[in-house]
Design a protein around this ligand. Structure first.
Ligand code: NCD
Length: 298
């Protein structure tokens, strides 16, 4: 049985294989025999639009069906059921589980109690492997993945998409520029882990210091829901903004990515520039998740 919990569990050849598979799938968009009769269970304990709907779309395109737990308030979780018990029970109803949960480590825990494959769709500030795969897929559409200089901008403390992506990029000999407002820096544990994987991280507080040296700028929103109080969020809110003028300071080939949703960190004027790839990135979620579902259930 194959779970996908953290990019740490994936070797480079497995990631490349999934991205190749997504590319083949993208050309067809449908393979309705592959998972016909299979059932995917969606368990989202946090809000989601893209991740949830692209998993549902991916499952439908593979001929399968999705069942959703629905809102936390409407489920037995509201009665106090533990995640372990919920997962044990629903393992009997579905052929694979997609789980998003506010607690870091929740997906790993779920995989220990599940009798079907578990895919982590985001665990607190931990990991978001399906997002990372579609990020890499999008980069690879524009340039080869090896040896890139990638700027991660925004809430690098709580942003699970940046944690996942940084670890995966270390397999591709990237150099990472970690650009964060004060207090939202990349956790030192991750910086040490990256160093151990041979990846140099340089830290900045302003994107202007480094934008002309990047191949990829990965922008993220401030993860308001993970802040202890409103005041500490307001201290850093709106502390960076990518504008068309700023993008014009970059090398012409630099692409701008964002896992979305965006708040005010990318000016809508950037959308029309050829560097802006974030909407394409979101579209790639379907083929990449089709590749993942066929990997764990096919
Ligand atoms: C991200 C997440 O949930 O971590 N969203 C997504 O899946 N595209 C990013 C975010 O919410 O900021």
């Amino acid at each position: 049985m194959r779970h996908i919990i953290s990019v740490r569990d994936l070797e480079r050849r497995e990631i490349d294989g999934l991205l190749d598979r997504a590319g083949e799938i993208e050309a067809r968009r449908f393979d309705p025999d592959l998972l016909a009769g299979r059932i995917l269970g969606l368990f989202f304990f946090e809000p989601s639009t893209r991740t949830r709907m692209s998993f549902e779309s991916a499952m439908a395109r593979l001929g399968g069906v999705s069942l959703s737990m629905g809102s936390v308030e409407a489920s037995s979780v509201a009665k106090g059921e533990t995640l372990a018990d919920t997962i044990r029970v629903v393992s009997g109803y579905v052929d694979a589980i997609v789980l998003r949960h506010p607690r870091e480590g929740a997906a790993r825990l779920a995989s220990e109690f599940a009798s079907v494959p578990v895919i982590n769709a985001g665990d607190g500030a931990g990991q978001h492997p399906s997002q990372t795969l579609l990020d890499l897929y999008t980069i690879r559409q524009s340039m080869p993945l090896d040896g890139l200089r990638v700027g991660l901008l925004g809430d690098l403390r709580y942003g699970r998409t940046t944690h996942s992506l940084a670890i995966a990029l270390s397999l591709y000999k990237a150099e990472i520029a970690a650009i964060a407002p004060k207090g939202l820096e990349l956790p030192s544990g991750i910086i040490h882990e990256l160093a151990g994987r041979g990846t140099v991280v340089s830290e900045y507080t302003a994107v202007e210091e480094v934008i002309d040296d990047l191949d990829v700028l990965y922008v993220t929103r401030i993860q308001r829901e993970r802040f202890p109080d409103v005041a500490s969020y307001l201290d850093v809110a709106s502390s960076y903004r990518i504008t068309p003028d700023l993008v014009r300071c970059a090398q012409p080939h630099m692409i701008v990515l964002h896992p979305l949703p965006r708040m005010d960190e990318i000016d809508p004027g950037v959308d029309a520039l050829p560097n802006a790839k974030y909407f394409e990135q979101a579209h790639h979620g379907v083929s990449v998740r089709m590749a993942m579902l066929s990997e764990v259930m096919g």
